[in-house]
Every structure is written in C-alpha cells, then in structure tokens.
Design a protein around this ligand. Sequence first.
Ligand code: PMP
Length: 351
Amino acid sequence: MPQPRADLSLRKGYHSPQVPVDVRLNTNESPFPPPEGWSDALAEEVRHTSFNRYPDRSAYALREALGELHGVRPEQVFAANGSNEVLQSLFLAYGGPGRKAALWEPTYALHSHIAHLTGTQVVAGRRGPGFSLGADDALELVEREQPSIVLLCSPNNPTGRAEDPSTVSAALSASGALVVVDEAYGQFSSWSALGLVGDGVPLVVVRTFSKTWSMAALRLGYLVGPSEVVRALERVALPYHLDSLKQAAGRLALKFTAEMERRVSAIVAERERLADELSHMAVELWPSQANFLLLRPLRRSGSEVWQGLVERSVLVRDTSSWPGLEGCLRVTVGLPKENDRFLAALSEVLA
Ligand code: PMP
C-alpha cells in the first residue's frame, strides 16, 4: 500500500481514552444538555430545510447573529466545524512551509499538531511559575523568531490560567504576526480579548459552541477578527463547509444566551466549591478561570491516581506525561453530584 506522509503520527497525549464510566470529567464538555426550547426549534427547522439544495455558502445569517452577539459586523466573523477547524483554517491561510507559529507550553496540544500538519514550524517558549506568561517573555520570543502566527490560549488548556491582558497587547505590538487568542473557555473567565478586536488590529479571538453552549456534538466554532482576515479564511475554506442545519442550530442557540449565562455562573460556582474542597486534600492545585481544574497529587503518581479513579468509575484527563505537567491530572467541572463522586473517589485513592 502507498505510505502516508511520515510526519503524520499524532503527538503523544492528545487523544483522551474513552473508558465506559459513570462520571466523565475528562473532555471539558458542559454537563448540561442543550435547552429544550432549542431542540424543539431545531426539529422545526429540519422540517423546513431544503436538503436537496446546498447551504448558504457564506453562512450569512449565522454570522450576522454572532456579530450582533459581539457587537461586530458579520464580515468580521468566520465560522467553521468546531473551533479546531477555525484554527486549521488560520494555519492554512497564515501558516505553511517557510512560516512559523509561536506558542508557549504547556498549552492546548492541537495548536502545535495543526501547525505540524500544515507544515508550519513551531517555535515554543515555556510558561513561567504558575504557568504564567509575562509580556516581556512573550515579546522576546516573538521578536527573535518573527512568527506569522502567535497563539495564546485564554483561559489556557490545561492549566486554567487566563493570559495576562498585557501579554496579548505585547504580542500585538510586535509587528507582522497574526495574534490568535483561543477562548474556547472564554465565558468562564473574568477577562476576554474580544474588546481588543477591530479592523486593522492583527488579532482574532476564537470561540466554540462545544463548552458553554452545551453543543459539543454540533461541531461549531467561530472567530471574531478583522474583515481582511475573514476574507483570507474564506479562500481556504472548502465550498459549503457549514451545512444548513448547523448554521440554523447555531443561530437558534443564540436565542438562549441568558440561559447559557446562568449555566456559566452555576459551573463557576461549582468550580470554586471543588477548588475549596481540593485545597484540603493532599494535592497541589492551580487557580482556574475555566470549567476545569489542574491538580497534582502530592504523594502518589498522577497515573496511579488516574487509574484509582477509573476503578471507582470516574474518568479525568491524565496529563501526567505531558511536558511541564509531570504528575498532573485535569478534571472537568461537572454536575454537583458528579463532582461529589469525584471528590469521594479521590479522597479514597489518596488515603
Ligand atoms: N481550543 C481549546 C483550548 C480546547 O480545549 C478545545 C477543545 N478541547 C478546542 C479549541 C476545540 O474545540 P471544538 O473544536 O470542539 O470547538
């Protein structure tokens, strides 16, 4: 058989094992199903969709609704099949052979994976104490390497820390690069880079329907940025890449913004409760602005604790072999009863 490209093996640690358990706290999804009103409206939409016709290629109504949500024009919004595809489109348009992307580890593993797939060279810095990234450190790498893309993640997966606004501003002040702030968990954070977006500013903010919006199965993400960037992304997107039903589903979801905001508050409150309980246990814990927490068991190895939790039917993410995260586990904030199951299982395993 013909051999695929030799460099296609997925970076170690990306896939989360799918283990059948009672409590799944490993992939940072929302624990809530989408609102019932949304499912009803979508069912109605199915009846009225002309499935024999191609969808609106520009997804205009969806982009108009997203633009209204963020106070920007539809021309400043690009949508795709999950924020991963938004990121891939950015790399196709702004990365590629002979170009570089700067990022700081530890961060979301798919950023460097997509860079490799698109032939973009990754220049990786390290985050400092508490996984912080100072403006000067960011600037130093960007000025030295002159990347085409600067990737920031706020709050950062898997550390939970929001990027410092001064770091984003510093990256923007370094000429030449497109600054990408991945805000997959942006709604859980007290700060967003969305306020900095504008035509002429080389900044895009990437968001998703997979977390806050409870719609991971829908595969819908988008970015807000300068209209010239959106036009460039339209050149690399496949024709009709967003199907009619998905466009409608996203548009209809935005009618439930108030309910989503209530869910975000409930998850943030649970996150703080979980953090408080964990602070009394034998783990090192980092403050989080996201819907997950990063922790390091003090007296047991991360993978031993992960296994002990699985035996108690609780699944978290084993990040203990990831660079810079030795011994760490990442746990998604779930429903109160799921979090209680996790806490009880963890205290048994640590005992
Ligand atoms: N960015 C970050 C930081 C993430 O953690 C995730 C989900 N793991 C994504 C993007 C991708 O989300 P999706 O493709 O589901 O929108």
